[in-house]
Design a protein around this ligand. Structure first.
Ligand SMILES: [Zn+2]
Length: 321
């Protein structure tokens, strides 16, 4: 391994930070450290630096072409400043790139939804596609738009806020403060609330059993597991969720004439029920000629999405130079 070709991909999450040594499409080594997001930015950055040092003890920095960081917040890609991070305490305009640049390698940072889209473009389902939209389902609903094999960031880097497309202007209030956003139907907490609300209509549902009658434990994995066992409530919830997401995606299809949608994140492991519901809903709500052959698939990278997504930032930036 004389050649300089490795990439350090860093996936900053709310509870842990994952560091992966990426060679081609393989992760050679991976370590994880707690984020301490509830403390302060200095503590989080210290954890990032510790992880990088640990990696460089195993692989000398000279072997790397760059460091990519995926961050769950609003990132100014040009300055490398994370302007806000909703789940991190006392976070306000933090110079992440400047701090990490001290290691002497090119550093690229972007939000996790954009990284997920780039990850699928370079390493996953999007390798053979020129245009697609990546949707990441979780507490929030994130999106990344790939046009002509490049991430479309928009005028201020905010493109792809799929979760906040309005699908019902008098719908439930979203955590962003507006009404009827996609996220107010398809975010994890909203899915949970809809499930709890409907439990009494489905007395035979196994969901209560799966969570040992503790409603707080209802989460996407439980609903997915129940759906796989044929539970009618779980199937209903996933079908509805797909229907709502599909309305939002039909709007994107209409505007951009994009035919491929890749769905990642917790709920997407549900498989066909959710994916088919999304696809049907796009076909129902979009302009026929555009959406008649639309394809909705699940993301390929799964638990490697964070590290490979961050690593793909380096590829995408160095390739465009
Ligand atoms: Zn919203």
């Amino acid at each position: 391994m004389k050649q300089k070709k490795l990439i350090l991909g860093i996936d900053v999450g709310g509870t842990s930070i994952k560091f992966g040594v990426v060679d081609g499409n393989k992760i050679l080594n991976e370590i994880s450290l707690p984020t301490y997001a509830y403390e302060n930015p200095a503590k989080v950055l210290a954890q990032v630096k510790t992880g990088i040092k640990n990696i460089f003890d195993l692989y000398p920095p000279e072997k790397f072409i760059g460091i990519g960081i995926g961050f769950p917040g609003i990132v100014d890609v040009d300055t490398g400043v994370v302007t806000s991070a909703p789940n991190f305490a006392n976070w306000k305009r933090v110079e992440v790139r400047k701090t990490i640049a001290k290691f002497g390698l090119p550093v690229f940072i972007d939000n996790d939804a954009n990284c997920a889209a780039l990850g699928e473009l370079y390493f996953g389902r999007g390798r053979k596609l020129s245009n697609f939209v990546m949707v990441t389902l979780g507490t929030g609903v994130g999106g990344g738009i790939i046009i002509n094999k490049k991430l479309f960031r928009g005028e201020s880097g905010g493109a792809g806020e799929i979760g906040h497309i309005t699908i019902d202007y008098s719908g439930p209030t979203c955590k962003c403060g507006k009404k009827g956003c996609v996220e107010a139907y398809a975010g994890n907490n909203y899915i949970k609330q809809r499930t709890i609300h409907k439990l009494h209509e489905y007395p035979d549902s196994i969901i209560l059993e799966l969570v040992e009658h503790d409603l707080e434990k209802i989460e996407p994995k439980v609903i997915n597991d129940a759906a796989k066992q044929g539970d009618q409530l779980a199937i209903k919830i996933l079908s509805e969720t797909g229907y709502y997401i599909g309305i939002g995606l039909a709007n994107i299809a209409n505007i951009l004439d994009i035919k491929h949608f890749i769905i990642g994140g917790g709920v997407s492991n549900a498989g066909r029920v959710l994916l088919k519901a999304i696809e049907n809903s796009i076909k129902e709500h979009g302009v026929r000629n555009i959406v008649k052959d639309v394809v909705v698939t699940s993301a390929q990278l799964k638990n490697k999405a964070g590290i490979l997504g961050a690593a793909s930032l380096v590829l995408s930036n160095l390739n465009s130079k």
